[in-house]
Structures are given as C-alpha cells and as structure tokens.
Ligand binder design. Structure first.
Ligand code: ARG
Ligand code: ZN
Length: 472
C-alpha cells in the first residue's frame, strides 16, 4: 500500500522551508465540503481559466490545453486539480516542467519548486481522450460530457467541469474564463458569456467565448451542434438564444423566447441581473432529462417542450433565469445549502406564474402543502440532502414553501428587503443557510431559529400560514 501510494503520488519533500515562505506542504485533495470530500482542492484559489479544446465528434476525442492562473493560499509543495478520465500529457508551473500523477479523478501536480503562500502562479496542462459521459445502466439518462447527434453538450451538477478541463471543482472557487472551442467547420460551438468571434482554417472552426464575471465550474458549458440562433442586444448586453436546428420552430422557441421579458420581471424582484450576457441553449438530446442554470445561458432539454406548447412552459425558463441570482451569482458555500438554489428558483417560478396569470403563489403553495405528510415530498426535509441524490423534491418545493412561509411570517417589506440584500451582499460570492437565517433575522428583527428549523430540518409538516379561503 505504501509502495503503491508512493508510486501514485510523487513525494514532495515533506517540509521545505525557504526564505520566501515555507514550510511547503501539500494542498488537500478536497476543498472541505463534508458531502463531497474530494470536490475541489485546498491550498490555492483560481482566478482565471484559459481553455482551448478541440473536439472531433466522429471519434468523440477531445484535446485540451488549459492555462490556469491561481494564487497559493498556503505555501504549496504540491496541489491537486480535478479531472475525470482524460489523459494528461504535460504540465508546467510558471513555465517549468512539473511532475504529475493521477489518483482517480484527482490530478496531483508537483511543481519543480514550492509555491509560496500569497503568490500568483500559472499552471498549464495538456490533456486528451474521450471525455466521461455519466450514464445509469438501463435508464436513458445522461449528464457530464454528452455526445449528441450533431456534436456534444456538457451539463452536470454538482460537478461537470472536470469532464472537459482540469479544475478546482467547487462553487467556492469561482473564476473568470476564456474558452476557445475548435470543431469541424460547419458546426457551431457555444459556451458561457460573451462571444469573441470565430475563425476557420483547414476545415476547423475555432469559436471563442469569455466569461467576465466569476463562475462556478459546474455552471460552465460547451454546446456543439447546429443551432437556430437569435442574437440581439437587450438592456445593454447580448442575449443569445440557440435552439437545436432540427426542432420545429413552434416547440421551444416561444418559451425560451421570453428570456428577456422574464429577466426584466425578475430584476424587479431581486435587483439587477448579475451577468454580462444572457440567453438559452435548447438541445435535442433524448437522454438529457434536466435543465441546468449554466451561467448566462441555461440549458433546456428539448424533451421539456416535446408535447407542444403548454400553459406553463415558461416556468422552467423563469426557474433557470432565477438561478442566475440564486446559485450562479450567490453560490452555495456547502452543497448542503442546495435549497438556497433550488428553493429560491422554484419560488421565482411561482412568482412568475402569478405575474403571468398562470396560478397564484398561494395556490402553488397550497397544492404542495396538501401532499400527505407521509409522502416523500416532506421527507427528507430540504436542508442537507443525501450526497448521492441531492435533487429531491423537498429541496425544490418545500424549499420554495419555506420562502413563502417566511414572507408571511416577517411581512412584505422585511421579506423583499431580505431577498434584495441577499443578492447584493453575496453577489458573485458564496453564502450558507446560517447566513440567510441571520439576514432574515436582521431585516425582520425576529428570532427565526425555530421557524427555519421547522421548515428546513423538521420531519413534521409545519402549520399552514396561508390556507386557501374555504370553497376555493
Ligand atoms: N439545477 C438544476 C435545476 O435547475 C437541476 C440539475 C439536476 N442535475 C442532475 N444531474 N440531475 O433544476
Ligand atoms: Zn433549479
């Protein structure tokens, strides 16, 4: 065992103190999230990812070159990056060759010399292979890097960046991105943020994108294919809506076509839209069974719109756009705080539905409240869901009900102050459930510990604060 480990992890000098800031010790293999012990890494903070990838759909092979600018937060003898499956062929740190080893989904990098705490450094990684697709046997469900009929699509939560680049994969380490995606000419490669043009040479086209606001890695995406594109300015930024060219124009276009209108409405509730661009990506890929709030450009599965226009098709659009505030700008500190994303986005979906005349928030609340108490809906409660299946219905619906109950408990003025102070205070940062409880207590002047315990962690059904009037 000791021998195997020694082979796997090139030993750095255990402790090497220097005048410039020792002792140098290894960064940890996880950032410190109890639910996902190896998610992210310790000892450094990434500022920017500059990614160049080339993808050949025929062979499903991806080649990449990642240049990562980071700052050591401790004096590092070595550090980890997260990377799934792909084969590393070269690593440099500050331009000098470094040694590396793989340990499952960890890439362990040992620089030629220690990295002093507080100093920026640049790590460059060359890699390639067939990126990982997550599949469950027998179920037509996929996530991570998904080859599609006309290209590929990346989506996955709580991790997905590591399926296509080496990364510090945890929302606590956000960074800006520049991405260049090279694909066979004729295909279009989309990503997050602002388009920076494309160039074609020798049968390959390179598409360039920039995310100028910090982004958590699971919110990054690339989407390669043939798209019906609607690009237009709105409110001083570009909105880019991409719908799979093979879809009939009547299916998804109407719902995602309301992106600007819904964003404008959400701004009236939650404050300014937090990002440099906006849009949507709708891909026809049957095993894609979820939408994801990929930053500035949410991904929607065509299957969500497959039955033709439905009265609340735009609910999912409101949900993913609300995530731009809740999840993307204000990100979880720990994944156990997931209701801060899903409960808030679901509540925004209800608010949009009421605004647009679909159903009132009160009706939505009561429809769920009436679910029998022994139903899975109520248990497990929303806070700290199981690591292997965090996307349970209570994180969404009971999370949203928690906000509605809070609104009734502390009143309109304190509630909306809480929501807007939340998005402003933690903009482009991270926050946890205790942070939200503290803010709501501060804005309302009330002790809300028992209230939140009942709604977020209690097994029992809390009393209904907003029953429908008799006869409705
Ligand atoms: N955050 C997504 C949403 O808006 C859910 C993603 C679920 N992810 C998954 N791999 N099942 O609802
Ligand atoms: Zn969601």
């Amino acid at each position: 065992m000791a021998l195997a480990l020694a082979l796997l992890l090139p030993a750095a000098p255990a402790t090497a103190a220097t005048a410039t800031g020792g002792p140098f010790t290894p960064g940890s293999a996880g950032i410190g999230d109890p639910q996902y012990p190896t998610a992210g890494n310790g000892g450094y903070d990434v500022r920017h990812y500059d990614l160049a990838v080339r993808y050949q759909p025929d062979t499903r092979h991806l080649d990449g070159h990642a240049t990562i600018t980071a700052t050591a937060t401790q004096s590092l003898s070595r550090f980890n990056l997260d990377l799934m499956d792909l084969t590393v062929t070269g690593v440099t740190v500050d331009g000098r060759p470094a040694t590396w080893a793989r340990d499952g989904d960890e890439l362990v990098v040992t620089p030629a010399r220690g990295l002093p705490a507080g100093r920026p450094f640049v790590v460059a990684v060359r890699y390639g292979g067939v990126p990982r697709t997550f599949r469950i046997p027998e179920i037509p469900l996929e996530s991570l890097f998904m080859p599609t009929a006309d290209g590929a699509l990346v989506a996955g939560e709580p991790q997905s960046g590591a399926s296509w680049f080496p990364v510090n994969e945890h929302p606590r380490d956000k960074a800006t991105y520049t991405v260049a995606i090279t694909v066979p000419a004729g295909l279009t490669a989309l990503s997050n943020g602002i388009p920076r043009g494309s160039t074609t040479r020798a049968g390959w086209t390179t598409w360039r994108w920039a995310s100028t606001s910090p982004m958590a890695s699971y919110l990054s995406t690339i989407a390669i294919g043939r798209w019906r594109l609607d690009q237009h300015p709105h409110d001083g930024r570009q909105t880019i809506i991409a719908v799979d060219e093979t879809l009939p124009p009547t299916l998804a276009d109407d719902a995602v076509g309301r992106t600007d209108e819904i964003t404008d409405y959400l701004e009236t509730l939650f404050g300014p839209y937090p990002f440099e661009a906006n849009g949507a990506i709708v891909d026809k890929h049957d095993p894609l069974l979820f939408a994801l709030e990929t930053q500035t450009r949410p991904i929607y599965p065509a299957g969500f719109f497959a039955d033709g226009p439905n009265p609340f098709d735009d609910g999912i659009v409101a949900h993913e756009l609300a995530h731009q505030w809740f999840g993307d700008s204000v990100s979880v500190r720990y994944w156990r705080d997931l209701w801060l994303n899903e409960g808030f986005a679901t509540y925004a979906e209800w608010l949009w539905g009421e605004h647009d005349g679909f159903m009132t928030v009160r009706e939505q609340f009561n429809q769920f409240y009436d679910t029998p108490v022994d139903d899975l809906f109520w248990n497990p409660p929303p806070y700290d869901p199981a690591a292997d299946s965090p996307f349970v219905v209570s994180v969404y619906q009971r999370g949203a009900m928690t906000l509605h109950a809070l609104r009734l408990r502390i009143g309109e003025a304190a509630f909306w102050r809480t929501m807007r102070t939340w998005t402003a205070t933690y903009r482009h940062g991270n926050a946890s459930t205790p942070d939200f409880v503290a803010l709501a207590e501060h804005e309302s002047g009330q002790d809300l510990a028992a209230f939140f315990a009942a709604w977020l962690t209690g097994a029992a059904k809390p009393p209904n604060p907003d029953p429908l009037p008799p006869g409705v």
